[in-house]
Design a protein around this ligand. Structure first.
Ligand code: DGL
Length: 265
């Protein structure tokens, strides 16, 4: 691997732009190739076998683009495919689970941690196992919140309905006395304020996107792969370009999206 290659990032769709956003902030001198599998989203309710198959194809595409490093931005793909991808591909691959786990264990004093994500992420048990392995004293309660993704894509970020749905999902967490909640899905960082309000100030929220960007920087440094010059560029590929993708995508990325190329899968 050379320092000059871009960092490849893939997600099931455009939610992973939250991870790209954190990466662009943490690693402003790096180039990125982002692939969002918008033709096959969502991954969160598909079988683990299908998520692995799609993930293999996504990494292969990024490798064909010559990337030096791969970030799996999708929590579902991270939970269900990253260990296999790491064994199969000759490129460093980082998912979002391990960074989220590390941050949660570090932040929790009560050893009582909540995790929310898609049905696939929660069913895989990846966050739960990761937290319990790192902190055998930890008690983890995990919950799938499938309505959060469409709410974010609809732009209903901070509306009374979103708050009602969040309080309904999270009511047990309020009683259980967790002190840390992992936002284990690409879209959930956008609901940070609503979720924070519902749970109150005693519960710290872990944004896996930010934690992952820090881990990627550490890994690039350790492997001697940090870019040493050149104009950074950003390429975005999607497997379907829906009419409203720019509106939704720019909300998630927090900046204008450059030209997007179609990748047929
Ligand atoms: N990107 C997915 C995740 O983080 C959410 C959307 C989906 O279900 O594909 O789990």
């Amino acid at each position: 691997m050379t320092k000059t290659g871009a960092i490849g990032v893939f997600d099931s769709g455009i939610g992973g732009l939250t991870v790209l956003r954190a990466l662009l902030k943490t690693l402003p001198d790096e180039s990125f190739v982002y692939f969002g599998d918008t033709a096959r989203v969502p991954y969160g309710n598909k079988s683990a076998e299908t998520v692995l198959r799609f993930s293999r194809e996504n990494v292969q595409f990024l490798m064909d683009e010559g990337v030096k490093f791969v970030v799996v931005a999708c929590n579902t793909a991270s939970a269900e495919a990253v260990p296999t991808l790491q064994r199969e591909f000759p490129v460093p691959i980082v998912g979002v689970i391990e960074p989220g786990v590390r941050a949660a264990v570090k932040m929790s004093k009560a050893h009582h941690i909540g995790v929310i994500g898609t049905a696939g992420t929660i069913r895989s048990g990846a966050y739960q196992r990761g937290i319990e392995d790192l902190d055998p004293q930890a008690r983890v309660i995990a919950l799938a919140c499938p309505l959060f993704v469409p709410l974010v894509e609809e732009g209903w970020i901070d509306t009374p309905i979103t708050e009602t749905i969040a309080s309904t999902y999270l009511q047990d967490y309020r009683k259980e006395g967790i002190d840390v909640l992992v936002l284990g899905c690409t879209h959930y960082p956008l609901l940070h304020d609503v979720i924070g309000r519902v749970l109150g100030p005693r519960v710290a929220l872990v944004d896996s996107a930010v934690e992952t960007a820090n881990v990627v920087r550490e890994r690039l440094e350790a492997d001697g792969l940090l870019s040493d010059g050149g104009e950074p560029h950003l390429s975005i590929y999607l497997s379907d370009i829906a009419p409203n993708f720019r509106e939704v995508g720019e909300r998630i990325l927090g900046r204008p999206i450059p030209d997007v190329r179609l990748l047929t899968v």
